[in-house]
Design a binder for this molecule. Sequence first.
Ligand code: ADP
Ligand code: MG
Length: 752
Amino acid sequence: MGIKIGIDLGTTFSAVAMMDEQKGMPVIVPNSIGERITPSVIQFTEDGDIIVGAEAKEAFEAGESGCTSVFKRSMGSDRVYCSFYGKSYTAEDLSAILLRHLKEETQKVTGQTVDEAVVTVPAYFYHKERQATINAAKKAGLKIRQIINEPTAAAMNYGVNHWRENARVLVYDLGGGTFDVTLVQMKKGGQMESLQTTGDHTLGGKDWDARICALLESKVSSDTGILTSQYPQVRQTIAQMAESIKKQLTSRNMASVRINLPEYGWYTTSLSLEEFDQSTTDLIQRTGALCENLLKGLGIGWRDITDILLVGGSTRMRQVSTYLKSISGHTPLSQVNPDEAVALGAAIQVHLPLPEYSVLTMAPQQNEKKQRPGFHPFSKQRTASIPDAAAPSYAGPGAVGKETVLDNALCMNHVDVVAHAMGIIAVNAQGTHYINKTIVPANQKIPVKCARAFHYYTSAREENELEIYVLQGEKAPLECEIIGKYVVSGIHHDRAHNPTLIRIQYSYDVNGMVHVQARQEQDTFDLPIREEPVPDDMSKYGRPIDPSEMAPAAEPLSLVMAVDVSGSMSGAPIQDALNAMCHFVDQFENYPGDVQIGIIAVSDKSKIVQPLTSDLRRCKASIRSIKSCMTGVCNAGHPFNDIGRMLSRCQSKNMAIVLADGVWEHQHRAVQAARSCHQQGIDITGIGFGSADEQFLRDISSGDVKSMLVNQSELTKSFGKIAQEIGGGSGGKRGRTGDETQVDTWKAVDEC
Ligand code: ADP
Ligand code: MG
């Protein structure tokens, strides 16, 4: 049997680690020249050799040809990153070469074959960059168990050595090109949980380098009168020096600089740490603001944090610790080697069980208006569950319990979150613009699945295909990362059943990657989905929608539900009825037209609990306020006069559903009033259960087929049928009552 390894596939350096089984702790696997980290640099030679690591780095620094580095920054792009001796390479190809090298070196050093690996990526990596990392590993002949976030891996390694139950560790990861911040909590039983992660994909060490360039360029121009903008060569020289000057300022207070200037000769100057720190204040403050936003998002402050863990080469800049201490009051931890922590954490993860999928079900957000369907799926915003809201507050650093070293790193477990919200291009409520509709909010624990239902209009489009553009991020569609165009095909139409209901299931897997599946109506098999290239011209999604593209809105609907609250309904019957009614109301969240619903409670008297409203949340709250016997114990009354009055002025399709239990006292009077409702154009459905009178139900209903005598347990199903007939049903009832063998998560559509 071979070994399992953790790989930190870094922009500048990479590292490999594995578990030392005797110690139960991860250890770094040095490369074959005894170095604990390997430069992420490759050299292609003229005679076809490929050199990776220290030798390639030396060649690179000596200016030899065929060298390439920092390709990680271009992961996920199909563009050629470099070409040497007639061959072109993408960042993915280069990462594959590096990974193969790391694998072969590990095999050479350990004398064992590598079976599986966990590879780390920045938390802020999007789907495409993660996909490219997995592809690179495959090309390298490496079996990937999982890819995990770098800050998460660093936190796991820290957790093993400094375990304190309930400690909250802020992992501050400032690398070369990205900044990630993640809050991780140590929980009972060796459980580590990422609570939230955020960052900036465009903020990293290179921005500090750019400030050094700007400082030097301005010194050159004020001291010599030479404008560097006119000399690209000078600019390039300064740019090449910037990183090393920055590194000098990590250990010294002053760096001296010598530049050969055209028409001037050698120019010497110096740059002080103070100047450097001052010119980069806004950059470090941006990291601070992101940290504070993250804490704010969790409703906590700096005092609730127990540790700050520094990860990433740029945290070696002295300003990082000083600044963090000044804003947080905590001295950031220095026990962790930022070059090794990530690989060590990955080596732990490769031995841990993969977490199971959770199903995301959330209530629609308040104030959110109904959506009108266009060609793209639309759905309701969901609110994220607040992670660990009940977690205790801390008195500050050192206030937590004793620090221990876990006996064995494999006692740990970790749950991660996604940095980016997943959304789709949808149509706004007014049908005027395209919007980014969030499906899975940022910071959702992964892996997670979420099913959404929407209506597909054949009247507007005859094709049997549906396009879904999936996005990552929370901004407008074109400002987000468009991760894919998914085309659902094989949709079968039934003109009598228009709109057709399609259920889409979106998921984030353990690797933080997006998957899309689709099913039609209550089918238990998936519709074919193909991924197509995202068109170059997406500008249409940034412009107002042409009204001719829109599907027609459904006829407005006014609906009254009357529920029998007499004594016989006490206990479970009333609860079941109210639940079924709430569920029914939920089905109209996605109704493709205006809908208003009113609620009546009836027993000895009829009482309008909720006048007609289009606020479905309010409607459900009113349903929940209903109590048995609130209008008397017996059934002396009937609701039809109130129904008639409520619907008398509605220029819409008018409907009423009457839920009856047992026999009413003045059935004749009730039937007469119901008939005048029929004459008024109100479509009445009578649902009876318990000892309800079948003939009475038929008489109050608009036609025999409208009446139903059902078991109490089947109420939800009956309401679901009605909802589907009206066109409001989100398909939820089908999910529940249809095929019990279907994948669990598809049932989540019930809750949508
Ligand atoms: P990545 O995660 O992107 O691979 P690293 O964690 O390797 O990045 O960090 C690379 C960044 O760290 C670069 O911008 C580099 O200039 C910076 N860096 C490395 N060492 C130092 C140092 N001693 N002082 C300041 N910055 C440093
Ligand atoms: Mg790194």
